[in-house]
Design a binder for this molecule. Structure first.
Ligand SMILES: [Zn+2]
Length: 386
């Protein structure tokens, strides 16, 4: 029987028989850490220290959780060192593979299959992937649903096939970021207006749906831009309307010319829950302060997802408004850009220049202040010198 108790802000588990056996036998086992309440120290199984009294022992999925509960690392077994994370990642990968199968187990069964309690499973899964197993399972169901809808299944059949209990869950949770009908139809029944104008980065296409700006594309050729829009919304009724979109287009062009300019655009953002988390993080990046894919992955609590972050950047349809151009490789290289890496480099250069210019002005201001301060000092200084 496992149970969990509250300890400060953290929940921890009393030790189960299998783990206790490992500890008593001093077998190295990196799948968990244990804390000793009487000493406030945590160890890995296999620690050469004296075996603690069992009732004082609590289990943690890993070292960070033990620290979060206020325990300190043992000096003898160095429970923070290397291996455990790799082990934990493998465990969670196995669980993720099970949940991704065609006939996924319940979360409880998945936890048991990888030898974790529901509680540890939950914590470890979240720490490694950034989402709870439940969220992960829901995202997979949404993905299956999307595939089935694209394959042309009837909406109600697809919903049940994908593992959702009822259509209201799908609509209610906003699983798809749009209604199932509109995914299947590639925008069928939607009216999308677009306009094209020149900018300092070439031609800009802006498209709006009833909900807001749904696409901003950059390119050299109007026909290619229109084709991009058609690929994104194949079944929508797409109409060019430069007049109606004049104001929006002007705002977007201003934004492309100077990404630091404040604009007030309502965006119709369409993507998976993960993509939207990445895009939200991007919108928090200041102009001139690019981040790496890894940093965005960490910022959304999903440190192993740098590649998925890259994919989400590549899936962005709203150039500059969702500033995926501010994400670069670890070595500072611009990496890829949906609208051409040359445009990305140019955007980054402009933003860096603008930032340097702001810093220069701020310096000028502060040195003017210093000069003022110095001149008011002067009589005193003279007095000291005299
Ligand atoms: Zn120890």
């Amino acid at each position: 029987m496992r149970c969990a108790e509250r300890y400060g802000n953290t929940i921890m588990e009393t030790i189960d028989d299998a783990r206790w056996e490992q500890i008593e036998a001093r077998r190295r086992d990196d799948t968990f850490r244990f804390g000793v309440r009487s000493t406030g120290i945590y160890c890995r199984s296999g620690c050469p220290s004296r075996t603690p009294v069992r009732r004082n022992v609590v289990a943690f999925p890993d070292a960070p959780e033990a620290r979060a509960a206020g325990f300190r690392a043992c000096k003898r077994c160095a429970p923070d060192d290397g291996a455990p994370d790799a082990e934990a990642v493998r465990t969670i990968e196995r669980a993720a593979a099970l949940l991704s199968s065609d006939d996924p187990p319940s979360l409880g069964d998945a936890a048991r299959a990888v030898g974790l309690s529901r509680f540890h499973f939950q914590r470890l899964f979240r720490r490694i992937t950034g989402v709870t197993p439940g969220e992960f399972a829901r995202a997979l169901r949404a993905e299956r649903l999307r595939e089935r809808l694209r394959a042309g299944a009837r909406v109600s059949d697809a919903i049940y096939d994908a593992g959702f209990g009822s259509p209201s869950r799908v609509y209610g949770e906003g699983v798809l970021g749009m209604t199932p009908g509109s995914v299947r139809s590639g925008g069928r029944g939607e009216q999308i207006a677009y306009a094209i104008a020149p900018s300092s980065l070439g031609r800009v296409l802006v498209a709006t749906s009833a909900r807001g700006v749904c696409a901003i594309e950059l390119g050299d050729d109007d026909d290619a831009l229109v084709a991009e829009l058609a690929a994104s919304f194949p079944n929508a009724e797409r109409t060019r309307d430069d007049g109606a979109l004049a104001a929006t287009l002007a705002q977007v062009v201003a934004l492309v010319d100077d990404p630091a300019v404040p604009v007030d655009l309502t965006l119709d953002v369409r993507g998976t829950a993960f993509q939207r988390r990445v895009w939200n993080a991007l919108r928090g990046l200041a102009p001139g302060e690019p981040a790496t894919y890894g940093a965005i992955a960490r910022a959304i609590g999903n440190p192993h997802a740098a590649q998925a972050v890259g994919a989400a950047c590549a899936a962005n349809r709203l150039a500059v408004a969702i500033p995926c151009h501010r994400v670069v490789r670890e070595d500072g290289d611009a990496a890829g850009y949906r609208w051409g890496v040359a445009r990305k480099r140019e955007l980054l250069r402009r933003e860096a220049d603008a930032r340097a210019e702001r810093a220069r002005r701020a310096n000028v201001r502060s040195s003017t202040d210093e000069i003022d301060a110095l001149s008011s000092d002067r009589p005193e200084r003279r007095a000291t010198r005299a």
